[in-house]
Design a protein around this ligand. Structure first.
Ligand SMILES: [Zn+2]
Length: 355
């Protein structure tokens, strides 16, 4: 079984359907990623099959158990327990205000679903994977070859793909769905590469995370779409805000009550330009643009450096100027380590700049 749906009752309903086809037990569940609607039914299969093995990637297991991983896992169950009652209240209010019978009926159906889901959540017994894989493995199940592929980050940092070479079928999780997958826990640029790696396998059909079975050409279509999307977002980011827009934003933020503001990141004007404004001084802070992909931690390092210079007695504008000098150096000395963007290099200059 690939993925186990959003709740035990949904998994049970599907399990009954399966039993109409075969009375064979479900031996293995594979969770493609940590999102709530792909693993919260695990407990139903574990209850039906005492020897059940639940397989996922190491990353996904990690995401299921760590706080704030995104829209899934143990911490997300807690969040839903807090959020669903509020949704229920909201739906009840909306029903009171419904202006026509169709709207009222729709809201009432939603309310019924939300209430039933909340009851299930309260009884929920999180059933985590029992086996993790760090890289691709091949399973042989009663003569059927099933490959569990770990190909890189895509929809999440722990996606697995399930590939049946004989049947030429891939189950893709939400790395591919019938249209546009949720992006917020994703890695768009690596997603493109991961799909390219998947495309090399010999298959014809894709069982996506949501929607009808699709053919392999959807992979190329969606990969092209992601590429276009990335290019468009990069262009918009590079075009950036104009200097006037940055200054207007600074004035607006100070008018709103801030004592001083630094508006960061204007790349419109060849140099990396920040605007400083404290209600009287409107200053432009410029430095060269450092060409590095390793920008992880830029914003928080900049803020921490301002804080540190203030603590050392620098006047506010001077603290901001020095912090900018410091972060520019840290970008020059950034490090290519880990996955994705590497971090800025904090230790390039441990002395207090006096210039
Ligand atoms: Zn998902």
């Amino acid at each position: 079984m690939v993925d186990s749906h959003s709740k035990p009752s949904a998994a049970q309903a599907l399990y009954r359907e399966i039993q109409g086809i075969t009375k064979q037990p479900i031996r293995k569940v594979i969770n493609t990623h940590f999102h709530w609607d792909h693993w919260q039914g695990n407990q139903a299969y574990a209850a039906a099959s005492p020897n059940l093995e639940i397989i996922t990637s190491e990353r996904t297991k990690d995401n299921l158990t760590k706080p704030d991983a995104g829209v899934g896992g143990l911490s997300y169950v807690e969040k839903q327990l807090a959020a669903v009652p509020k949704e229920i209240e909201q739906l009840k209010n909306d029903i009171q205000k419904a202006s026509n019978p169709e709207q009222k009926a729709r809201l009432e159906a939603n309310l019924q679903q939300a209430e039933a889901y909340f009851e299930e959540l309260k009884q929920f017994k999180p059933t985590l994977p029992t086996r993790t894989v760090a890289s691709s493995v091949t399973l042989n199940e009663q003569g059927r070859e099933i490959q569990v592929l770990v190909l890189g980050r895509a929809h999440t940092d722990g996606d697995v793909f399930i590939y049946l070479p004989k049947e030429k079928v891939v189950a893709s999780g939400d790395a591919l769905i019938d249209w546009m997958p949720f992006l917020s826990d994703g890695y768009p640029e690596e997603w493109v590469q991961t799909l390219a790696a998947l495309e090399k396998f010999d298959f014809t059909q894709i069982i996506p995370g949501h929607g009808e079975v699709i053919t392999k050409d959807h992979l190329g279509f969606f990969r092209g779409f992601l590429n276009d999307l990335i290019a468009a977002v990069k262009k918009a980011a590079a075009d950036g805000a104009s200097l006037e827009e940055m200054q207007a934003a600074a004035e607006q933020i100070v008018a709103g009550g801030a004592r001083a503001v630094v508006v960061k990141g204007g790349h419109a004007i060849t140099k990396a330009t920040d605007v400083f404004y404290d209600g009287s001084r409107m200053e432009l802070l410029q430095s060269e643009v450092v060409a590095t992909p390793n920008t992880h931690g830029t914003g928080c390092t900049f803020s921490a450096a301002i804080c540190a210079y203030l603590a050392r007695g620098a006047e506010l504008l001077e603290a901001v100027r020095r912090a900018k000098t410091y972060i520019t150096g840290a970008l020059h000395h950034s490090l290519t380590i880990g996955q994705g963007s590497g971090p800025v290099g904090h230790f390039w200059n441990v002395t207090y700049p006096t210039d």
